[in-house]
Ligand binder design. Structure first.
Ligand code: ASP
Ligand code: MG
Length: 406
């Protein structure tokens, strides 16, 4: 008998029929004799609806109130599933983040988990109850409701699996695993049986929406094996786990395209010590993640600095940067939104050389200009014009031998 944490995403609980399907699946796992903890997202579209509603009320809603609002979506889903299960004679109970002791810091809308007590869950399991837990939410030390960032139900599931030392954490979603590329862009993309935490982290932060990045970080830190599976069809999914020799055999495991970045350029920046710190300090203080940075060779003691930020943070970043630009006497601030980032990811890059050169060659053959480049031990990314993104992803997928052989 195993202890399994199952998490169902928004599409899996998106309607009454789908909630019935989840209830059947939970009932099956129960009949197989497993101890179960179920974590749910809000019904699909609900969190977006609430975000829109908030913005109809006021242009920049207070973040504490935003968390109060957004946390309601998951409460609806858990109550409905628990009712359904109880109607079938299964002893299920719904619990909020607070009730299961998900304690976070106070960074509203992107809180970090500080600890998980899981007391009520242990009690419930001991009594043979199936706990149905609201994902995405916790409370801070003052008991104010917090949320864990979009897609945060994955993190709830992984954190509970770690706290309970569960045998497995299964993330049921609308895709059947992690692919070598987005199948909507590359129809010949293949499902990966296994992927390392590190690769998954790169893939997730690069826009593969299968798992929330933070949940992968957390799983890696606590060694929680995570299985990503389809909630709609039977069969194997992708196991996210520790790196092994299998994974190193190929140079590149996946290709991703990310349209979520925008580029800010500060033109005519005085080239002297302390300027970069003046620019990026306030941006970091605002919790905006800067991805790539390029500084040009200076001419006449002036230089240009370009960097990318998530598009969602663009307005906030630009207003911070404009203020600093004025203070340091820079000439101007320019914004380019129509960029995209194409990346190759693979732990095999540690052993196989020449991957970067090959990537640049493929892009040049397709006539795609590279604006920015960044590399890590297991990733190479290029910023390109957004309109070439799909072309670039397909060409790279084929060139690195990732296409499915028919
Ligand atoms: N409902 C939240 C969201 O849409 C959390 C989640 O689905 O994981 O981001
Ligand atoms: Mg999700």
């Amino acid at each position: 008998m195993a202890l399994i944490v199952q998490k169902y995403g928004g599409t899996s609980v998106g309607s009454v029929e789908r909630i019935h399907r989840v209830a059947e699946q939970v009932a099956d796992a129960r009949r197989a004799g497993h101890d179960l903890v179920v974590v749910l997202s809000a019904m699909s579209g609900e969190t977006d609806r609430l975000v829109r509603l908030a913005h109809e009320v006021t242009p920049s809603p207070d973040e504490r109130e935003m968390d109060m609002l957004l946390s309601t979506g998951e409460r609806v889903a858990i109550a409905l599933l628990a009712m359904d299960l109880r109607g079938r004679g299964i002893n299920a109970r719904s619990y909020t983040g607070r009730q299961v002791g998900i304690i976070t810091d106070s960074r509203h809308t992107k809180a970090r988990i500080a600890r998980v007590t899981a007391e009520r869950i242990r009690e419930a399991l001991a009594e043979g109850i199936v706990p149905i837990v609201a994902g995405f939410q916790g409370i801070n030390e003052r008991s104010d409701v917090t949320t864990l960032g979009r897609g945060g139900s994955d993190l709830t599931a992984v954190a509970l699996a770690a706290a309970l030392k569960a045998d497995r954490c299964i993330i049921y979603t609308d895709v059947d695993g992690v692919y070598t590329a987005d199948p909507n862009i590359v129809p010949s993309a293949r499902r990966l049986d296994k992927v390392s935490y590190e690769e998954m982290l790169e893939l997730a932060s690069l826009g593969a929406k299968v798992l929330q990045s933070r949940s992968v970080e957390f799983a890696a830190r606590h060694g929680v094996p995570v299985e990503v599976k389809s909630s709609f069809k039977e069969g194997q999914g992708t196991l996210v786990t520790k790196e092994d020799a299998d994974m190193e055999r190929v140079a590149v495991s996946g290709v991703t395209g990310d349209r979520n970045q925008a580029k800010i350029t500060i033109v005519g920046v005085p080239d002297r010590p302390g300027i970069a710190a003046r620019i990026f300090g306030p941006v970091a203080d605002a919790n905006i993640v800067v991805d790539m940075i390029i500084q040009n060779v200076s001419q006449a003691a002036l230089t240009d600095i370009s960097f990318t930020v998530p598009r969602a943070d663009l307005r906030k970043a630009v207003s911070l940067v404009q203020r600093v630009a004025k203070e340091i006497d820079a000439k101007s601030v320019a914004v380019t939104e129509a960029i995209a980032k194409v990346s190759l990811v693979g732990v095999g890059m540690r052993l196989h050389s020449g991957v970067a050169a090959r990537m640049f060659e493929v892009l040049s053959r397709e006539g795609v200009n590279i604006m920015m480049i960044s590399t890590s031990e297991i990733k190479i990314s290029c910023v390109i014009d957004e309109k070439y993104l799909e072309l670039a992803v397909r060409a790279l997928h084929a060139a690195f031998g990732l296409d499915r052989v028919a």
